[in-house]
Design a protein around this ligand. Structure first.
Ligand SMILES: NC(=O)c1ccc[n+]([C@@H]2O[C@H](COP(=O)([O-])OP(=O)(O)OC[C@H]3O[C@@H](n4cnc5c(N)ncnc54)[C@H](O)[C@@H]3O)[C@@H](O)[C@H]2O)c1
Length: 255
């Protein structure tokens, strides 16, 4: 018996990183999964690896049209939709005074509008399935500020807020909505944003953490799996932190 037997899930940004780890964990636990992303080659390769329980779907989360057709296709292909994981995201570093409006808008369109559009579009399908779970991937930057992340932090705080609003509205329909707040996780996202894809030494940052290391995608996937499954049946509107202890301290920490 798997934790997600009989469930159908759509995971955005699932071609790589934490989304791909969630897709693997979901299939392991009996779900059928739509791997949604704009990175077509990587998404198709993951779908091939996962076999009949998964297929790849091109979905730009900032496009309402893409959302409408992707959700309809998921229901047509797998018969229902029970779980939505709004995981797709992009990171951009720049000082507030130096942030181009175009960069701010790009980040907010993907991270914030994408999460909103995903919930808005999936809600009728989740209701039709008799209920379900929405997991919105925010960040520790949705809990506290960090310099040079004005667009990213704005979008991640927004996700935390809209999660609570949706949880309050959808509880009577047996739809639970929670946010996940990872700390620094070992994926390409940070490297892409800082080093243009090149390896960047993050050890000076990680040595300040209680656990003294970055997190792994699989560790976040286990939390997302818990929130997607009925094992978290009394959790809604909650903020679930998996950050190696990064938010356990504050700037006056002398260690
Ligand atoms: N890596 C970290 O340290 C960290 C920390 C906290 C939160 N997060 C969040 O976790 C989530 C997953 O990030 P990751 O670390 O796996 O990064 P990643 O860069 O490895 O994966 C992000 C995925 O999102 C996809 N994507 C980008 N724009 C898209 C769009 N418009 N439509 C659909 N898909 C799109 C990318 O193609 C990629 O496959 C993101 O929301 C990110 O903000 C990451």
């Amino acid at each position: 018996m798997g934790d997600l037997d009989g469930k159908v899930a759509l995971i955005t940004g699932a071609a790589r990183g934490q989304g791909a780890a969630a897709a693997r964990a979901f299939v392991r636990e009996g779900a059928r999964v739509v791997i949604a992303d704009v990175s077509d080659d990587a998404g198709k390769a993951l779908a091939d690896e996962l076999g009949e329980a998964a297929y790849y779907r091109h979905l730009d989360v900032s496009s309402e049209d893409d959302w409408t057709s992707a959700v309809a296709d998921a229901v047509r292909t797998f018969g229902a939709l029970h779980v939505l994981v709004n995981n797709a995201g992009v990171l951009h570093f720049s000082a507030v005074a130096d942030t181009a409006l175009a960069d701010y808008e790009r980040v907010v369109r993907i991270n914030q509008f994408g999460c909103f559009l995903g919930m808005k579009t999936a809600i009728p399908a989740l209701k039709a399935a008799g209920g379900g779970s929405i997991v919105n991937v925010s960040s520790v930057e949705g809990l506290a500020g960090m310099p040079f992340t004005v667009a990213y932090a704005s979008s991640k705080f927004a996700i935390r807020g809209m999660t609570k609003v949706a949880a309050l509205e959808l509880g009577p329909d047996n739809i639970r909505v929670n946010s996940v707040h990872p700390g620094m996780i070992d994926t390409k996202m940070v490297q892409d944003a800082i080093g243009g894809g090149a390896e960047v030494d993050l050890s000076p940052v990680t040595k300040k953490l209680a656990l003294r290391r970055m997190g792994r995608s699989e560790e976040i996937a286990e939390l997302v799996l818990f929130l997607a499954s009925d094992r978290s049946s009394y959790c809604t509107g909650g903020e679930f932190v998996a950050d190696g202890g990064s938010t356990a301290t504050h700037a006056l920490n002398i260690s």
